[in-house]
Ligand binder design. Structure first.
Ligand code: ATR
Length: 287
């Protein structure tokens, strides 16, 4: 009898990862015999682990902080997105080779497509706040839909390094210009950790944003960040950060368990409950 496929999320620390909830929900929902676990991997053990991943018995894995770049460097093959980002979050063993992809950007797009259909046709300019690993995936995603990206970051040099990776469609600005740039923007994305539980809120005036603009945050604890609350109070369309987490999991599940899963309201509720939140925390909106 063939062994049941086993997958895992690999990180350090990894105990707070919600990926097991998501994948185990789908395994049960679709009646698939398989498993999905947490694997805590110390940074000093990462190279050895990814070098011999093929013999781990896993069909694949999600890779999270701080291993996305290390995993990338031990793949036999990576897809175009992972190559552009220099990081992988999804691994699969295919024909004895370790194949890496990056689905964070796809998750971001999936979330906006379902939460704000047509968001990429409102205008040509997107504003991205932050220039860390998450910003990289978001910038890739926005460019893939033909938008021009305007990047703001506390540490300007980091924003410049990110822009260099992507070319002429990414512009770096000082915060002094944020109002002026927001006036012409159709999408605003926060990729900084500001607004996250225990962090100060993002200090930004949304008044210059056009009324049809969409505001989204990759922070999802709390589900309604101060930024999203502010945008909603202004009557702007908002998309919370949980959708990105759920949608980035879809391609991995399909690769490992041969079934394309759906992001359902029930799955959202399950993950929210684990975070001690409900849809009511988002003003009742079900996105
Ligand atoms: P991730 O990989 O999740 O994006 P990261 O690489 O640590 O995490 O990036 C965090 C982002 O939040 C960065 O853009 C960071 O700005 P710096 O590049 O200047 O560090 C931003 N950030 C974190 N705390 C901040 C703060 N108090 N004020 C402004 N920006 C902040």
């Amino acid at each position: 009898m063939e062994k049941e496929p086993r997958a895992a999320v690999i990180g350090w620390p990894v105990k707070h990862s919600r990926s097991p909830i998501i994948h185990r929900y789908w395994l049960e929902h679709y009646g698939i015999a398989g498993s999905y676990d947490r694997l805590a991997l110390r940074p000093e053990e990462a190279e050895g682990f990814f070098r011999t991943f093929i013999s781990s018995g896993l069909v694949g894995a999600n890779v999270t902080i701080p291993h996305k770049e290390t995993a990338f460097s031990f793949c036999d093959e990576v897809d175009e997105t992972a190559r552009r980002l220099g990081a992988v979050n999804t691994l699969v063993v295919r024909d004895g080779r370790l194949v890496g992809s990056n689905t964070d950007g796809i998750g971001f797009l999936g979330s906006l497509d379902s939460g704000a259909p047509g968001w990429d046709e409102i205008g040509a300019n997107a504003v991205v706040l932050g220039a860390g690993g998450a910003a990289r995936a978001v910038v890739w995603a926005l460019l893939s839909r033909g938008l021009t990206v305007h990047l703001f970051n506390r540490t300007r040099s980091r924003a410049e390094a990110l822009a260099e990776r992507f070319g002429a469609e990414v512009h770096v600005h000082d915060f002094a210009k944020v109002s002026e740039i927001l006036e012409g923007a159709s999408v605003l994305v926060n990729t900084t950790s500001l607004g996250m539980e225990g962090q100060p809120p993002l200090d930004i005036d949304l008044a210059p944003l056009p009324a049809r603009a969409v505001v989204t945050d990759i922070v999802y604890v709390p589900l309604e960040t101060p930024l999203l609350a502010l945008a909603r109070a202004r009557g702007l369309l908002t998309v919370d950060g949980l959708g990105m987490l759920l949608h980035q999991a879809v391609p991995g599940f399909e690769l490992w368990f041969a079934r394309k899963p759906e992001v359902t309201p029930e799955l959202r509720r399950l993950v929210l409950a684990d975070m001690g939140q409900t849809e009511a925390d988002l003003g009742g909106a079900l996105t």
